[in-house]
Design a protein around this ligand. Structure first.
Ligand SMILES: *[C@@H]1O[C@H](CO)[C@@H](O)[C@H](O)[C@H]1NC(C)=O
Ligand SMILES: *[C@@H]1O[C@H](CO)[C@@H](O)[C@H](O)[C@H]1NC(C)=O
Ligand SMILES: *[C@@H]1O[C@H](CO)[C@@H](O)[C@H](O)[C@H]1NC(C)=O
Length: 250
């Protein structure tokens, strides 16, 4: 009778362990249902949205994408609310971007892309007429004070020429103007000279991002491990008990 019982406990213990492990490991699986977050529809009042204005036109897809990825767009509405100076945006068309030398945009760092977008936004509203009396260089969000980030305009009649030292073009069209926000179409991407002229002082060391925070081992590993450990100890305990019983009753 005892001999018949010998092979029983081992499969039983392992079956039990497997059930234990199986029951524990999928516990961490997250529920698939994602709470539906519905984007709030824009309030009917408040400052106009540059993105909406450009989207409505349909020729500024790349500039919209840049405004969004660099997060420059995030601040435009609050800036319009906070400042009585307004804003002016020079929006390059999609063909302006495709006329850049191949790989130009990809050669820019994320910082340069942000600076490029900021360079297309003036810190005050300038109406078409005011271009004739605007004092150069214009102030852009990229910082208009340094010579290498200068943007100058010369206007005669309805022709408004823009030069950055790197790009010469003119304002092609007024997309939007409400005396607070002006959005103009330009057919060239306005490239700051700073991107092409080496700076005299070495660039400041970029703050090292905290990349080294140790990544926790994947969450699903832990329960499996502890289940396996539990399994092992149960198996050892069961085996020991069984040995004792076997030794006591040969
Ligand atoms: C604007 O640029 C065009 C072409 O470069 C030039 O012929 C014209 O004289 C310029 N106008 C002004 C007001 O600078
Ligand atoms: C812009 O205008 C300022 C002031 O007239 C001048 O010093 C600067 O050289 C000009 N820069 C460009 C790129 O035309
Ligand atoms: C821009 O125009 C100025 C004067 O009109 C000229 O001296 C300069 O070479 C032009 N720059 C480019 C990049 O075309």
């Amino acid at each position: 009778m005892t001999q018949l019982l010998i092979p029983f406990p081992f499969p039983f213990v392992f079956l039990f362990c497997c059930t234990l492990a199986a029951a524990q490991s999928p516990a961490a699986a997250p529920a698939l249902s994602v709470p539906a977050t519905v984007a709030a529809s824009p309030a009917p009042t408040g400052p106009p949205s540059v993105i909406s204005i450009l989207k409505k036109d349909g020729r500024f897809g790349l500039f919209i994408k840049l405004l969004q990825t660099t997060k420059v767009a995030d601040n435009l509405e609050s800036q319009l609310l906070d400042s009585s100076n307004g804003l002016t945006v020079f929006a390059p068309t999609d063909s302006a971007f495709s006329n850049l030398k191949t790989g130009t945009l990809n050669s820019f760092t994320d910082e340069q892309k942000t600076e490029l977008v900021q360079f297309h936004v003036l810190t005050s509203h300038i109406s078409p007429l005011q271009f004739q009396t605007a004092s150069n260089p214009l102030r852009t969000q990229a910082g208009g004070s340094t010579e290498l980030l200068a943007m100058n305009v010369t206007a005669f009649g309805s022709v408004v020429n823009i030069t950055t030292g790197e790009t010469n073009t003119s304002v092609s069209n007024t997309i939007f103007d409400d005396n607070q926000l002006a959005v103009y179409q330009v057919d060239k991407v306005l490239l700051p000279m700073r991107f092409y002229v080496p700076l005299p002082p070495p660039p400041p060391p970029s703050p090292s991002p905290k990349k080294l925070s140790p990544k926790a081992s994947p969450v699903y590993v832990a329960p499996v491990d502890s289940a396996a450990e539990k399994c092992l100890s149960i198996a050892i305990y069961a085996t020991a008990c069984f040995m004792l019983v076997m030794a006591a009753f040969p």
